[in-house]
Design a protein around this ligand. Structure first.
Ligand code: G6P
Length: 609
């Protein structure tokens, strides 16, 4: 979602601000803008669409100034045109904002009643108007900022500059993250440490409710009541990551190919690669032995990894799991008790609904575990136990490596939980862990083996408008993930179904115009899934069969294509079968010419409800 950057510098900032915005592109956006102060005058350039359009404007009409703020906007209130693009200017005040000001309509009405006119359809403009009103009423800048913060409700990360103060940025956070970067004689502000990586690796994260005043030589941070507070300065690892595509056409392709490596890295933290055991200390503050049940909540792809995790916790640890998408979980008023624990899964660690669900469980007094990629994120900070997935920065909006790393961590935790609960014998533990350790090698060989077949198949798939995915057991959530991936990036309508549900509805849709992708490793569900496949074939449905050598040999049904993988242990099938599913969505989207890394309307980090 929206990205924010700011620099209080000594050299011109406009170009550097746009460079930093480029590092936030992955979050998803539909317009962008930058504002600076030069000789006491605020000036801005804004453009609809990609950063390229903003850069063109800057090249034609450069912006001088050594202080500035910039923004990528993911539209919530008001269409994504230039007028609604940030920064918004009101009487010498410039504002950029990530989030939603929930009471903006009342505030807007009140201001309109006082004769104020609004230029945009955004909720953000009320922030500038409120500050400007306080300044007109004689308040100082700092007081005006504080007064505005007391009036607005909702979720926000804000950066504000004032035409008559070319050495200060004010910032505030309530919800979406905001990081202050410390330089030498310069200070920076950014939505995350990745944006600031070219400038500095010394980062201070604002805590919810904080606001700050940044000058060239440092920052003062205040809590909601205006008391000075100190927040720790951390060394961020983000600078160590090369955020580029390497030899790949897209970040998504690069991230698909990185999976064997990042999974090895994650596994090394969770299992003993030598003697094939798990150390139960990986469970940290979550006492799996005494739990009555586990509640899991997450959004999007992270939710689907949780759904696979549910199968594992229930099977291997005999631990009942309650799971729901976070946007429902948070309002469902689930009765929870202290002998339960809650697990939240989030790549970014900032998803608004997941965070709200976490806080709901915190209030009840549950122990909270977080399976996150960004260790410095809010969800990580507010949890009792952090389970990092160690995937490295994921830039493609469609999640790939984070999904399989989440699965790797969940599988390890389920085995550890089984060990603690006495539901897994030492032999089974060794067998399961051994299978996990073989996974990176298997994934590399699958990536090499299937790519050209899938590329050709994608060309064919791109001619269809609807696709159905079917699977049983852990292949069912994978069917959901396959459909999600395809619709996210190729915009082809796709649905995932439990194969057993075929007869309860989707069978009505089967004809020669709807390919059915059947995910069926040769496992204990294979025969049942094949019966469902038979039902598809009998109705002229076109089947894309994703299976293993044994499965391919066992089925005699005609298919549009059969993608044959090596036969793998049941616990690693979801990770290995993710690869053909991701590649099929990727190549279909490439073939259709969509914006694979930043698909329309989607955001990487969803910091509003
Ligand atoms: C967005 C992203 C998905 C992601 C979901 C949850 O929808 O596009 O890729 O799975 O948010 O995000 P999280 O950061 O909490 O995993």
């Amino acid at each position: 979602m929206c990205g924010i950057v700011g620099i209080v510098g000594r050299e011109p900032v406009a170009e550097r601000l746009v460079d930093a915005l480029r590092r936030l592109e992955y979050r998803g956006y539909d317009s962008a803008g930058v504002a600076t102060i030069d000789s006491g005058v605020l000036a801005r350039r804004r453009a609809e669409g990609k950063l390229f359009n903003l850069e063109k404007k800057l090249a034609e009409d450069p912006l001088p100034g050594t202080i500035g703020i910039a923004h990528t906007r993911w539209a919530t209130h008001g269409v994504p045109n230039e007028t609604n693009a940030h920064p918004h200017f009101v009487d010498g005040v410039a504002v950029v904002h990530n989030g939603i000001i929930e009471n903006f309509s009342e505030l807007k009405e009140e201001l309109i009643g006082e004769g104020v006119t609004f230029e945009t359809q955004t909720d953000t403009e009320v922030v500038g108007q409120l500050i400007a009103r306080s300044l007109r009423n004689g308040m100082g800048r700092r007081e005006a900022m504080q007064a505005m913060l007391k009036q607005v409700t909702g979720a926000y990360a804000l950066a504000v500059i004032f035409a008559d103060d070319p050495s200060t940025i004010m910032a505030a956070r309530s919800g979406p993250p905001l990081a202050i970067g410390h330089g030498r004689g310069e200070m920076y502000l950014g939505s995350d440490a990745i944006a600031l990586a070219p400038f500095t690796n010394e980062i201070t994260y604002l805590v919810d409710g904080d606001w700050a005043i940044l000058g060239r030589d440092g920052a003062f941070i205040f809590d909601h009541d205006g008391n000075r507070v100190e927040r720790p300065r951390q060394i961020s690892q983000s600078a160590a990551y090369m955020v580029d595509k390497g030899n790949h056409r897209h970040f998504m392709e690069k991230e698909i190919y990185e999976q064997p490596e990042v999974i090895s890295h994650a596994l090394a933290q969770y299992v003993d690669l030598g003697d094939h055991t798990v150390d139960t200390s990986i469970c940290g503050a979550i006492d799996f032995a005494s739990l009555r049940s586990l509640a899991i909540s997450a959004c999007g792809t992270a939710y689907l990894s949780g759904l696979i995790g549910k199968y594992w916790f229930e099977r291997y640890a005999r631990l009942p799991v309650e799971i729901d998408v976070a946007s429902e979980f948070r309002y469902r008023e689930i009765p929870l008790a202290k002998d339960q624990a809650a697990l939240f899964i989030s790549q970014s660690g900032e998803t608004a609904d997941t965070l709200a669900s976490l806080r709901y469980c915190q209030e009840v007094g549950l122990k909270i575990g977080a399976v996150v990629n960004v260790k410095e994120s809010t969800i990580a900070r507010e949890s009792d136990a952090i389970f990092p997935i160690l995937a490295g920065p994921e830039i493609g909006v469609a999640s790939t490596k984070a999904f399989t790393c989440q699965l790797t961590v969940l599988a390890s935790l389920a085995i550890a939980a089984g060990k603690l609960r006495g539901t897994i014998a030492p032999d089974e533990e060794r067998q399961l862990v051994k299978s996990l350790t073989e996974m990176p090698r298997l994934m590399s060989s699958v990536l090499n083996a299937v790519e050209s077949q899938i590329e050709a198949l994608a060309r064919e798939l791109s001619r269809y408008q609807d696709v159905l995915y079917l699977g049983r057991g852990t292949s069912y959530p994978l069917a959901l993930e396959g459909a999600l991936k395809l619709k996210e990036i190729s915009y082809i309508h796709a649905e995932g179904y439990a194969a057993g549900e075929l007869k309860h509805g989707p069978i009505a849709l089967i004809d020669e115009n709807m390919p059915v992708i059947v995910i069926a490793p040769f496992d204990r569900f294979f025969e049942k899934t094949i019966s469902n496949m038979q039902e598809v074939a009998a109705r002229g449905g076109k089947i894309i069969f994703i299976t293993d050598e044994k499965g391919a040999a066992a089925s005699k049904l005609p298919t549009m294509a059969t993608i044959t993988l090596p036969h793998v242990a049941e616990i690693v099938a979801p990770m290995v079968y993710s690869l053909p599913i991701q590649l099929l969505a990727y190549h279909t989207a490439v073939f259709m010419g969509t914006d694979v890394d930043q698909p329309r309307n989607l955001a990487k980090s969803v910091t509003v409800e």
